[in-house]
Design a protein around this ligand. Structure first.
Ligand SMILES: *[C@@H]1O[C@H](CO)[C@@H](O)[C@H](O)[C@H]1NC(C)=O
Ligand SMILES: *[C@@H]1O[C@H](CO)[C@@H](O)[C@H](O)[C@H]1NC(C)=O
Length: 775
């Protein structure tokens, strides 16, 4: 090249110094064929004829002819495409040198055509793409040599600069080489992060300075290599989980998760529990691979309410992170309430006041919340209530009056249940004895007693037993019987009966006589052994029962020792003539006093009969003259008692029409004279006595009536005066006049229906029998 340029320089010099004839043109490369280069004729001062005549032509040593001469027009034209880069490469300036040769005369002219560069070449890279593998740990300032670009153009059209985009991590650095070229380097400005961008694509652009500007690009692909620059990271610093107590082993409690941005083993995470001091590791285990925490022990809320598990995650590169897993244990109602008896009494007096505290109870439930909220109650229908004062303290107090006699013992069941679902409960039974207080008086089995005793009893006979019961207990129920002081007919009752203090047996003290006393009343007191003692009393009525201890007594006809009394029967008497009537009484009562009459012996049994009921002696056939004057009848009077008692009476009957006849018949009766002497006197006396007694009886009856009317209360007393009673049949209703019946009274009590039967008088009040005529 040097030689070429030197030659060129010499030619130019020649041009100027020797020939001084020549022209120079400048044209850009790549002009189209036929383009005008220059008007040579004009420039050389030649006429076109001369060119033609001189046969002007171009002389060049080069093989290729880029320029041609048009003789007719006298111009130079582009004959071939001129590529400066092919012609001169990088040499500047680039010119074509040739001569125009003329003949006739021969002359020549040097012509220089300078070819100027146009920007027809872009910078180019040898390869369109290059790849790098760079570790993310590469430090800033690390250099990476890049390929250069080439631009065939020259000057401004040549490669001017490089651009690298994007510029996030790398910058370009150019080094000037000795040969004037530039080395291109890429320098790491900012560390790479695989985790952010695993592949980086950069575009390197080479730009020339032409107009228009041209450029070439190359793709740089960087693969970032991983290093373990990331520790595992838990998704949360603190995890929370709950587990119900008594959950079975194997229950998954929670899953912790950590992530590691690194790749491969740098990002492989292993989980572990790091607690050392507490027993968390006995309770939980973690799956090394997936961070699942499961239960391996028994959780008991009452022992620990929560666990703090420290979990570590580590990658294979040894980087770690840790987190906390807080496991709250949820309570399950698994504890029964506990009932503690703080203090209790086993015995309480039945007169205890209301609200007396019997037992104090404390309740405990280990569970919490509703599971530990306890309510207690007691069995119903007991006179106690459960009062709660402060939390979980209860006292059992009396709620109503106690009565040992109704219930002497209570089994009080206290049941406590919590409010968990399902609820748990426990119970305790308290046995409470009620102690006795003397609050019950003895009570007799009956409101009043009536007893019967047959008269003529042996003294000391036990009549019957009164019994009183006392509802109290023991000494308070020990009953003693006491005879209350009173008097019967003015005599202390204690002379009639006695009461056995222990047994309540009532004994007769004396022998009773029904005919003297029919009944009597007294009171017996029952008293218990309490302090003070309580008592009650009952009325006892003893009724004496009759015994057939009295034989009938014949009132008429009067039986005298020697005197002779006879009934007269006229010989004219008809059948059924009432001769006389045997009158007898029996002081006993009832059947014992029911009398019957029978004829026992008779002089002539065919002549007389005796009425069985009424004792009337009547004739049963016509009396004849043949019948003896003197008839003697023996009548037996029997009562109806068991055994029966009887009396006999002899009735003398005189069958005669006149008294002297009778006398003559009865002269053998020795004592008859004396009777006759006093006959008149006795008759008068008897009449007076009977009249007096009648008036007395009337007075007594009226007095009694008045007394009854004044005293509303009616009591029957056996010792009232008794009026004798003769049944109506005793009176001579046939009006024969032979029997005096002035003393036939009848007293009927109407005030007492039970006693409305008529009472019989005592025979003793009427001992006035000697009124009969004596013979
Ligand atoms: C109370 O319980 C005891 C023992 O179980 C029993 O013997 C007694 O009869 C019970 N008392 C009442 C009043 O139920
Ligand atoms: C007997 O009891 C009655 C009440 O039942 C009482 O009024 C009376 O005073 C008592 N009599 C005696 C002597 O205690």
């Amino acid at each position: 090249r040097e030689t070429v340029s030197e030659t060129m320089n010499r030619q130019v010099l020649l041009f100027i110094s020797l020939l001084s004839l020549g022209v120079s043109y400048t044209i850009p490369e790549e002009m189209s064929k036929g383009s005008l280069v220059g008007n040579i004729a004009q420039d050389l001062g030649l006429e076109t004829k001369r060119l033609t005549s001189g046969k002007a032509r171009i002389y060049t040593r080069d093989s290729d002819e880029y320029i041609e001469l048009n003789r007719e027009r006298g111009v130079l034209l582009v004959k071939e495409r001129i590529d400066r880069e092919a012609l001169c490469r990088q040499t500047t300036p680039c010119a074509l040198h040739f001569q125009i040769i003329l003949e006739n005369p021969m002359e020549f002219y040097s012509v220089t055509v300078q070819i100027t560069d146009i920007n027809d070449n872009a910078p180019t890279f040898e390869e369109g793409e290059i790849k790098f593998k760079i570790s993310e740990s590469a430090i800033t300032g690390a250099k990476f040599v890049l390929e250069r670009a080439v631009d065939l153009d020259v000057g401004m059209n040549d490669l001017q600069r490089y651009e690298l985009k994007p510029t996030d991590n790398f910058a370009l650095k150019l080094h000037n080489n000795a040969d004037g070229n530039k080395n291109v380097e890429m320098v790491l400005q900012k560390p790479l992060d695989r985790e952010k961008q695993e592949q980086i694509s950069l575009v390197l652009t080479a730009v020339d300075g032409g107009e228009p500007q041209m450029s070439g690009t190359m793709l740089i692909i960087i693969t970032v290599l991983d290093v373990n620059d990331n520790a595992p990271v838990f998704t949360q610093q603190t995890y929370k989980a709950t587990v119900t107590e008594n959950s079975p082993k194997g229950t998954v409690v929670a899953t912790v998760t950590a992530s590691d941005a690194d790749q491969g083993s740098n990002g492989k995470i292993t989980y572990s529990i790091t607690n050392t001091l507490d027993d968390v590791r006995k309770m939980f285990k973690i799956n090394r691979e997936n961070g699942e925490v499961t239960l391996i022990g028994n959780v008991d809320f009452e022992e620990s309410r929560n666990f703090q598990i420290n979990v570590r995650a580590s990658d294979d590169g040894g980087l770690t992170d840790s987190c906390k897993l807080i496991v709250d244990v949820q309570d399950v109602n698994d504890n029964n309430p506990e009932i503690n008896i703080m203090s209790k009494s086993t015995v309480i007096s039945e007169d205890a006041k209301l609200s007396t505290v019997v037992t104090m109870i404390n309740i405990e439930d280990k569970d919490t919340g509703e599971n530990g909220k306890v309510l207690c109650f007691i069995s119903e229908n007991v006179p106690f209530i459960l009062k709660t004062s402060t939390n979980n303290f209860y006292s059992l107090v009396t709620d109503s009056d106690l009565d040992r006699e109704r219930a002497s013992e209570y089994n009080i069941t206290v049941t406590c249940s919590d409010e968990g679902v399902p609820s748990l409960s426990s119970s305790v039974t308290l046995t409470l004895q009620i102690s006795d207080v003397n609050d019950n008086a003895p009570v007799f089995e009956r409101s009043s007693y009536e007893a019967y005793i047959v008269e003529n009893n042996t003294p000391g006979l036990s009549i019957f037993t009164v019994k009183a019961r006392d509802a109290d207990w023991n000494q308070n129920a020990r009953v003693s019987y006491i005879l209350e002081d009173s008097s019967v007919n003015g005599v202390p009752v204690s002379s009639y009966v006695s009461v056995s203090a222990d047994s309540g047996v009532i004994h007769a003290v004396r022998s009773f006589d029904y005919e003297q006393i029919k009944d009597f009343q007294f009171r017996v007191k029952a008293q218990d052994g309490g302090s003070p003692p309580l008592s009650s009393n009952v009325s006892v009525k003893i009724m004496i029962q009759d015994q057939n201890d009295n034989p009938p007594q014949v009132l008429y006809p009067v039986q005298t020792g020697g005197s002779l009394v006879a009934e007269m029967v006229p010989r004219s008497a008809d059948v059924g003539y009432l001769v006389t009537k045997v009158v007898a009484v029996d002081v006993d009562s009832g059947q014992n006093a029911w009398l019957s009459y029978k004829l026992q012996k008779a002089t002539d049994r065919a002549l007389f009969e005796v009425g069985l009921q009424n004792g009337e002696i009547r004739t049963i056939r016509q009396v004849t003259d043949k019948d003896a004057v003197k008839q003697r009848l023996t009548v037996i009077v029997e009562d109806n008692g068991q055994p029966s008692r009887s009396a006999t009476v002899i009735v003398n009957v005189a069958v005669a029409d006149s008294f002297p006849e009778v006398l003559s018949e009865f002269t053998d009766f020795t004592h008859d004279k004396e009777y006759n002497d006093n006959l008149t006197f006795y008759l008068v006396l008897a009449l007076a006595v009977v009249s007096f007694l009648f008036i007395t009886c009337l007075v007594v009856i009226i007095s009694v009536k008045i007394y009854r009317w004044r005293q509303s209360r009616v009591l029957y007393h056996s010792n009232l005066p008794v009026i004798p009673y003769y049944p109506p049949r005793y009176s001579d209703t046939l009006g024969t006049g032979t029997l005096q019946h002035v003393y036939n009274y009848e007293v009927c009590r109407t005030t007492d229906s039970r006693k409305s039967d008529c009472k019989f008088g005592r025979a003793g009040n009427y001992r006035h029998q000697r009124q009969q005529p004596e013979f």
